[in-house]
Design a protein around this ligand. Structure first.
Ligand SMILES: Nc1ncnc2c1ncn2[C@@H]1O[C@H](COP(=O)(O)OP(=O)(O)OP(=O)(O)O)[C@@H](O)[C@H]1O
Ligand SMILES: [Mg+2]
Length: 245
């Protein structure tokens, strides 16, 4: 749609620019005729041929200016990312997570407070509760109550304004983000699939054996389906899993 609008815009611009160029040539010729007794014919020739170039110069100028304006958006975006506040350290050697953490999966929120940005109201206002390992819990609340915010808090996508979260007695604010985020997992409402092979989607870091991947597929009741695909684990997945519907 936007691409199509470019054509009428360019044509409209050309009409205006040609008109300006035409007017300049017209007045150059007019003045040459009016002052034919005083001005050198060589100068008249020079001024008219230069005025003929004006249209081209104006078109190039306008195109370049609009290109700069379009492309500067990329620079603006990079600047925005550069100025973004850095997250907590990815690895924190002074507080390594115990190698088998989390063993039980006991989650405790202690007087936990969270706000989305400095200056905004608290979204979670001192929540305290405890979930035992292996326990299944449903969180119920009206829209905007802060259910999704609890999940963001667990992964430290947003840092707390107060209080703490303990998983198996380890305060998660003390850990490096990689240690935290690689040890817990989330199943989001909308599945995320990248373009690439099925194998890359299941194991982006390429660390697992085929056997493990097939077992995971079996647990998800997808073994027969994937087994039926010609390329098996190397089946190409379209972006967003378009070819799986
Ligand atoms: N990115 C954000 N910036 C600022 N405030 C936000 C942001 N996301 C959510 N909020 C605010 O945080 C509060 C809790 O939002 P949250 O998404 O956790 O609610 P929810 O319980 O998951 O709601 P829903 O049932 O609609 O999913 C809401 O009042 C919302 O306005
Ligand atoms: Mg939500």
């Amino acid at each position: 749609m936007v691409w199509w609008l470019r054509f009428p815009c360019c044509s409209w611009l050309s009409v205006r620019l040609e008109l300006i160029g035409g007017l300049i040539t017209f007045f150059a010729a007019l003045f040459a005729v009016l002052s034919r007794d005083t001005v050198d014919p060589a100068l008249v020739g020079l001024s008219i041929s230069s005025s003929l170039q004006v249209t081209i110069a104006l078109t190039v100028l306008m195109r370049t200016a609009s290109d700069v304006e379009t492309n500067i958006v990329a620079v603006e975006r990079i600047k925005e990312y550069v100025e973004l506040k850095q997250e907590a350290p990815w690895e924190d050697p002074s507080h390594p997570a115990p190698s088998d953490w989390p063993t039980i999966g006991e989650v405790t929120f202690q007087d936990y407070q969270l706000r989305y940005r400095e200056g905004l109201d608290l979204v979670l206002k001192g929540v305290s509760f405890s979930i035992r390992g292996g326990e299944k819990v449903g969180i119920v609340g009206r829209t905007g109550a802060g259910k999704s915010s609890l999940t963001l808090a667990l992964f430290r996508i947003i840092e707390p304004a107060g209080g703490s979260i303990l998983i198996d007695d380890v305060d998660i604010s003390q850990l490096g983000l990689h240690a935290l985020r690689s040890r817990i997992t989330i199943i989001p409402q909308d599945p995320v699939l990248f373009s690439g092979s099925l194998r890359q989607n299941l194991d982006p870091h390429g660390r697992l054996t085929d056997e493990v991947l097939w077992r995971a597929l079996e647990h998800a009741h997808l073994k027969d389906y994937v087994g039926g695909l010609l390329a098996g684990l190397n089946h190409e997945v379209a972006e967003g899993g378009e070819n799986f519907r």
